[in-house]
Ligand binder design. Sequence first.
Ligand SMILES: C=CC1=C(C)c2cc3[nH]c(cc4nc(cc5[nH]c(cc1n2)c(C)c5CCC(=O)O)C(CCC(=O)O)=C4C)c(C)c3C=C
Ligand SMILES: [Fe+2]
Ligand SMILES: [Fe+2]
Length: 360
Amino acid sequence: MARKIAVVLFNLGGPDTEKDVQPFLKNLFRDPAIIGAPLPVRWFLARLISSTRAPSVKKNYAMMDAGGGSPLLPETKIQAEALTEALAKRYPEDEVRCFIGMRYWHPFTEEAAAEVKAWGADEVVLLPLYPQFSTTTTGSSLTAWKKAYKQPVKTVCCYPFAEGLITAHVERIMEAHKRAGEPGNVRLLLSAHGLPEKIVKDGDPYQWQCETMADMIAGRVPSDWEVVACYQSRVGPLKWIGPPTEECIAEAADEGKNILIAPIAFVSEHIETLVELGEEYRLVAEQHGAPSYTRVEAVGVHEEFISMLADQVQDALREDLSIRSCAGSRLCAGSWSGCPNTQAHTGAGKLVNADQKADA
Ligand SMILES: C=CC1=C(C)c2cc3[nH]c(cc4nc(cc5[nH]c(cc1n2)c(C)c5CCC(=O)O)C(CCC(=O)O)=C4C)c(C)c3C=C
Ligand SMILES: [Fe+2]
Ligand SMILES: [Fe+2]
């Protein structure tokens, strides 16, 4: 009998218009996965930070061609369509529908749960659009989902080392290199969203996954390139993991490198790629006299990426265990409380082949 298969895509969400920026920020900073303080303090901080941060953030949202809001939802819808198409081919007997559950803006995770219930899904697969597991992203979305949807589901924890993801990144990088006129003397910066150091010390596998993934990409680009993993988007007074992307750009520019910069923790375009990498950091490179600065596009609907997402769904559906991806691949390292995996991750330290090159 034909089944109804719901695939729920988790992402962060973003404001639809300028007036949504502050409430969106307030939702984000109210999340205990983002600010660990007790509730009254957290709500106070969320109100304070969102109102002081909103004016400058609004300017950044206005720089994108998205009506003063974020292009994340339209981009995610395009990915959802591509994934639905890929899954329809794999499950011709069944009805597959993708739902979008955003953590801090519409359509909220809870709205997605209500839609899935109303649709009457027989199978539900939760698929984060975050390749690496972090308690601040996938973990937080899972917490929200579990409150809203009580029936059994299959969960994909993360897929940072999946072949299709790595291939898609390498192809986007080589496309950008071509666009730049195939310069020599390249330093490739693989930039991920940062995290407060404390979150990693408490066992979050995100940094380890980012840096291991960066190592895999480094092994697949021309061997004369230098490759550095770095972290962008620091927010607030805490110490964050590094090195900061901005410093790596300044250093590469000072050394006369042709800079290629690729986002490795985002799978679509939004404020962090278009404005931060595309505009703000470009200025840093120019100010430091970089001979060139080229932004690599997010994987988006790269065929290999979408096909890899379909593989994740298929694998999750094949398993009897509800937490197959975590149990099977030992990736989220137990930092999500639903995960049986107890392997400890310490964070691999600074990657990449820079050390090997210095030794060579
Ligand atoms: C890998 C993905 C992400 C991690 C990890 C992450 C952690 C994290 N983020 C903040 C604070 C902000 N993030 C903001 C935007 C934003 N963050 C991600 C992804 C991750 N965040 C995305 C995809 C986006 C873009 C949203 C959109 O516009 O559609 C923002 C808002 C922008 C700004 O104010 O600069 C904030 C704030 C923290 C504190 C954190 C870890 C603790
Ligand atoms: Fe963020
Ligand atoms: Fe896990």
